[in-house]
Design a protein around this ligand. Structure first.
Ligand code: ATP
Length: 300
């Protein structure tokens, strides 16, 4: 086999509940991930060494050195297999970079699946999940896809049933936000209020809405504890969220650590209309209609 192509989705968090800051600097989370139909493509070509090139949208903002998560994933897989392997990875990006949609994690998951196939390793899914967990807390979900809840740091995943397809619009912001900076701002805002932070709990009405495929109810129960911090760091996102509500969004939320904003639509036609309205009004330059849930990283 001289090359393998893998398609891997973006995610939105339909619930992101952040517990108190732990002594190790992390937070306990209840994180309900939902994979949506914005896909990066990762192609692994036979090669002597592990390299990466990146094309597509926002490619100039993706590192092509050891910082690239796809390179790190390929190296981790080779190490696990106990041999020196090479792969020329070619990433085509459609997932916003540093946008709170796990684009880097998606590419890491894509590289794991592509190199597992290219190198003929035949490692089972569970082994890939274990390597993925060491690479970053969002990487296992990028492998799994669908809808799933992560607890702890987010890496202990359980799949959640969904009763249908949900339609979304994602408003891409100019420039990214650093996930670490958003968590730090969240801690700062909380310290300033002095309020006790409750232990995060999975939302029952949210689960019911997902299970029933009820977009209206899901829209009402979308939650993101990082949103106040993202809005403090990027106040104009409040206008973006408000515009989506005016165009009939059933729910409007910052995606993960932001700055991408996610809007839940009633159906595919409404998502298309909302995306058009958000761009023609000048609220955002790029609004992407998408649906979920979709599968995780798959060879195409
Ligand atoms: P998350 O939602 O998981 O917090 P994000 O979607 O906000 O992440 P990413 O798109 O994953 O953010 O990018 C975060 C940073 O990771 C980028 O600023 C970039 O420097 C780095 N990075 C490393 N590898 C990649 C990659 N393959 N694609 C995108 N970013 C990458």
């Amino acid at each position: 086999m001289s090359s393998v192509t893998v398609r891997v989705p973006a995610k939105v968090n339909v619930q992101l509940s952040v517990g108190p800051l732990r002594e190790d600097g992390y937070h306990d989370l209840v994180n309900v991930f939902h994979a949506v139909s914005i896909f990066d493509e990762v192609v692994a070509h036979e090669s002597e060494s592990i390299t990466v090139t990146v094309g597509g949208n926002w490619a100039d903002r993706v590192p092509i050195d050891n910082e690239n998560l796809a390179i790190q994933a390929a190296r981790a897989l080779a190490k696990h297999a106990g041999r020196t392997y090479g792969a020329a990875l070619v990433i085509h990006k459609a997932i916003p970079v540093a946008g709170g949609m796990a684009g880097g994690s998606a590419d890491a998951a894509g590289a794991l699946v592509a190199c597992n196939e290219l190198w003929g390793l035949g490692l089972p899914f569970d082994d890939l999940m274990e390597i993925a967990g060491d690479l970053g807390s969002d990487v296992p979900f990028s492998l799994l896809g669908g809808t799933a809840v992560g607890i702890g740091r987010g890496e202990q995943l359980s799949e959640l049933p969904t009763g249908g397809r949900f339609h979304w619009v994602f408003a891409v912001a100019e420039g990214g936000l650093s996930t670490a900076a958003v968590y730090a701002e969240c801690d700062r805002l909380r310290a300033a209020t002095g309020a006790e932070i409750p232990w995060p709990q999975l939302s029952d009405p949210l689960l019911e809405a997902l299970g029933a495929g009820d977009a209206r109810k899901l829209g009402a129960y979308l939650t993101n504890d990082l949103q106040p911090a993202a809005l403090t760091l990027r106040p104009q996102l409040a206008d973006t969220l408000e515009a989506g509500r005016q165009y009939g969004a059933l729910g409007a939320i910052v995606s993960g650590s932001g700055p991408t904003c996610a809007f839940l639509a009633t159906d595919a036609a409404h998502a298309d209309r909302m995306a058009a309205a958000l761009t023609t009004s000048g609220i955002t330059r790029t609004a992407i209609p998408a649906h979920g849930p979709v599968p995780g990283a798959v060879v195409v």
